[in-house]
Design a protein around this ligand. Structure first.
Ligand code: GDP
Ligand code: MG
Length: 241
């Protein structure tokens, strides 16, 4: 029987990005009564789950990037000896569980998972792509729920917004008093997590000297630059250094 576990030796080659995405979150979050299009409680629980992942899972991503219901992790090391079944099951199950611990949602939730092999120099292009999606998702969600609030049904709103240019949706919202470029930055650009080393000043009473030690903390950054900008390039360089 053991020989039938034919996928267990499938391996990837690091570095890799692991992206997980909430399954059916549009309906699930709506059923559970989360605010639309963005719910601070939901996002705080995702943030807490990612921080727990960094500090307690024993896995060591270089960074994580999240918006809406998806999270990308970047791994340089060969966690689980790079076994695909391990990575694709443990990462999403850990986050599901950490999210549930943080928020105690009224229904079970789950995430799918995929592994994307990348070269170090592809990471910026990947993040530019996902951040573009964060922006599209942001403007589209605001427009969609605005139309629903005016009494349009879901099918009609989806059809109405299909193939609409960002600038048209921008205008649609502006006419209704919503300036999309002024909504919180994390909704437009996503949230980045990376490790930050802090110097901790202490005192050794036996030796009667001041001491300095470094502590690594996870930092959830809700004010990130556009990865496509020069500032974004410098920002990523620092995180990847
Ligand atoms: N109500 C609510 N929905 C959200 C929030 N964040 C993400 N979503 C929804 O989650 C969905 C994520 O998109 P996608 O993964 O393509 O759809 P899924 O297949 O339903 O998970 C979008 O429809 C978002 O509107 C939130 O904070 N509140
Ligand atoms: Mg989803």
């Amino acid at each position: 029987m053991k020989r039938r576990e034919i996928y267990s030796d499938l391996r990837c080659i690091p570095p890799v990005i692991v992206r997980i995405d909430g399954r059916n979150f549009k309906n699930a979050l709506s059923r559970m009564g989360f605010e639309k299009p963005y719910d601070e409680k939901f996002t705080s629980a995702i943030v807490e789950a990612i921080e727990t992942f960094f500090t307690k899972s024993g896995l060591s991503p270089v960074f994580a990037y999240t918006f809406s219901d998806e999270i990308s992790f970047f791994f340089r090391d060969n966690a689980f000896e790079s076994r695909i079944e391990k990575i694709d099951s443990i990462v999403p199950s850990y986050i599901s569980s950490a999210f549930t611990t943080a928020l105690n949602p009224s229904e079970p939730i789950s995430f799918d998972s995929r592994i994307i092999p990348v070269h170090e120099e592809d990471v910026r292009e990947y993040l530019i792509w996902r951040q573009d999606e964060a922006w599209r998702n942001c403007i589209n969600s605001y427009a969609y729920y605005t139309l629903l609030s005016e009494g349009m049904d879901e099918k009609k709103a989806t059809a109405f917004l299909k193939n609409k240019k960002s600038s048209d949706m921008h205008e649609l919202l502006f006419d209704r008093g919503i300036n999309i470029s002024k909504v919180p930055m994390w909704q437009r650009r996503g949230i980045m997590f990376h490790k930050k080393e802090n110097d901790i000043e202490g005192f050794n009473p036996y030796l009667n000297v001041k001491t300095t030690s470094t502590r690594t903390k996870v930092f959830a950054d809700r004010y990130i630059p556009l990865f496509s900008s020069e500032e974004g390039e410098a920002y990523l360089k620092k995180i990847l250094a």
